[in-house]
Design a protein around this ligand. Structure first.
Ligand code: DGJ
Length: 380
C-alpha cells in the first residue's frame, strides 16, 4: 500500500467511526449490542434506573471481558430518551487499598440508586462479595453521593438486621425456629427439610450475625419509604426490609417472602395500589423460568402467580434474568422490564433486554418478546 492510499484508508476509517458515534438510536433492540455515545456496548449489567432532574441514569456492573470479579466498579450512563446513553464514568470505584471491603477483585452486583428526598443525597445499595471469598460473604454495600453521577463514597457493608426476627414471627415462632438445628436436616429438598426452612432453620442460624444478602433491589414507595429486597438464607428466601429515613440503615422491620422458594433477581413495581414482584429461580448465569408474586401490602401476604413471560422461550424468560422495573416519565402506564442476557464467557458483552410490560384486564403483567420498540410508543 502506498503512503497516500494508507492515509486515505485512515481518513475513511476515522469518518466511519465518527459516523457510528454520531448515530442516534431510534429504537431499543432487546438482545442486540447497545452502543453508548462512544460506540461501546453499554457496560452496566444487573442494573437499575433513576430519573432525576429531567434525566435518566442507568447504573450497573462494569464487568471485564474475561473473569467474574469487579475490576472497575459501578458504571453510570445518562440519557434523556432511554435509547441514547452517555457514559458518565465510574460512579463507585473499587478501592486500591488491600483489605478494603470493596478492594479491586471483590464482586459488586446489582447496584441500585435512589435519591433521598430528606437528605438530598443519592444512595446506592449493592450486593457485595469480598475479594477471594467467592459468594460466601453475602453482604449488602451502602454508598452515598451528592451527585447522581458520583463519585459515590463507600460507607459500609453488612448483613441486614442482625439480632432481629421478622415482623410476623411470634414468640412461639421464634422459640420453634431456635430449636431447629442444621445437623438434623443435612439432606436438602426433603419435605421435612422444606418445612424446617419455612419455619426458620436458616433464618435462626443467621439472626445473630444478620441475614445473608445477595441478589437485590431497592423500592421506594409513594410515601418516600424505601425497602431493600434481597435473597437471604442461601438464596432460598427473599427478605423485604424497611430502610431508615436516610436510606442508610434498617429500621428492623422485615418480612420473608416465599420461604424455601429459591428466588433471585427481584424486580418490583406498584400499579393501581398492587405490588408486583417478578423474580427468577437460582441457576447461576443460566436462564430459567421467571416467577411472579402480587400483594396489596409490602408486608404481604404475597400470592404466587405464573411467570409473566409468554410465547417462544417463555420457559427460559427469553434467555434473560430480570434486574429492574421502571415507569417511563410522563406516561400513564408505560412500565419497562430491564433484564440481562448473561454471557459468562464475557460478562462485559452480556446483552441488555428491555421489554415494555403489557397488562391483562385484571392488571396482571405480561412480557412478550418484541425485536425492537420505541419508548415513544408508550406515550400513545
Ligand atoms: C445469578 C445472579 O442473579 C447474578 O447476579 C449472579 O450473582 C450470578 N447468579 C452468579 O452466578
Amino acid at each position: 500500500m502506498t503512503k497516500k492510499s494508507f492515509l486515505w484508508l485512515g481518513l475513511w476509517l476515522c469518518c466511519l467511526t465518527a459516523g457510528v458515534k454520531a448515530q442516534q438510536l431510534e429504537r431499543i433492540s432487546p438482545g442486540q449490542e447497545w452502543p453508548d455515545n462512544k460506540g461501546e456496548h453499554i457496560n452496566a449489567h444487573g442494573g437499575g434506573l433513576l430519573f432525576d432532574g429531567g434525566k435518566y441514569y442507568w447504573y450497573g456492573e462494569n464487568r471485564p471481558a474475561r473473569g467474574f470479579t469487579t475490576e472497575v466498579g459501578v458504571e453510570v450512563y445518562s440519557s434523556t430518551d432511554l435509547m441514547n446513553w452517555t457514559d458518565e464514568g465510574v460512579a463507585l470505584a473499587v478501592s486500591e487499598e488491600a483489605g478494603s471491603p470493596i478492594e479491586r477483585g471483590c464482586i459488586m452486583e446489582r447496584p441500585k440508586v435512589v435519591r433521598n428526598p430528606k437528605t438530598g443525597k443519592y444512595v446506592m445499595l449493592f450486593h457485595l462479595e469480598l475479594k477471594g471469598q467467592g459468594y460466601a460473604a453475602a453482604r449488602v454495600g451502602f454508598a452515598e453521593s451528592d451527585s447522581p453521577t458520583g463519585p459515590f463514597r463507600f460507607i459500609r457493608s453488612l448483613r441486614p438486621n442482625a439480632g432481629v426476627w421478622p415482623a410476623d414471627f411470634s414468640r412461639k415462632d421464634i422459640r420453634e425456629a431456635k430449636a431447629l438445628k442444621e445437623e438434623d436436616y443435612k439432606e436438602w429438598w426433603t419435605p421435612a427439610w422444606r418445612e424446617a426452612v419455612t419455619k426458620g432453620l436458616l433464618l435462626a442460624r443467621d439472626v445473630p450475625g444478620g441475614q445473608m444478602s445477595r441478589d437485590m433491589t431497592v423500592f421506594v414507595d409513594d410515601d418516600g419509604k424505601a425497602y431493600h429486597i434481597y435473597s437471604a438464607e442461601e438464596n432460598l428466601t427473599l427478605n423485604l426490609a424497611e430502610l431508615t429515613d436516610d436510606y442508610l440503615d434498617y429500621t428492623g422491620k422485615y418480612v420473608r417472602i416465599a420461604p424455601g422458594g429459591q428466588n433471585e433477581a427481584p424486580t418490583i413495581f406498584k400499579r393501581d395500589g398492587t405490588y408486583w414482584l417478578i423474580t427468577s429461580g437460582c441457576t447461576g448465569w443460566a436462564p430459567n423460568e421467571a416467577r411472579m408474586f402480587k400483594a396489596e401490602s409490602l408486608w404481604g401476604p404475597w400470592e404466587q402467580l405464573p411467570s409473566p413471560f409468554v410465547g417462544k422461550d417463555a420457559d427460559k424468560s427469553f434467555h434473560t434474568q430480570g434486574t429492574y422495573i421502571f415507569k417511563v416519565e410522563g406516561t400513564d402506564d408505560g412500565y419497562v422490564f430491564m433484564a440481562d442476557r448473561w454471557n459468562p464467557r464475557s460478562l462485559k458483552n452480556s446483552r441488555h433486554v428491555w421489554l415494555p410490560l403489557e397488562f391483562k384486564a385484571d392488571g396482571t403483567p405480561v412480557l412478550r418478546w418484541v425485536d425492537s420498540w420505541s419508548p415513544r410508543e408508550l406515550f400513545d
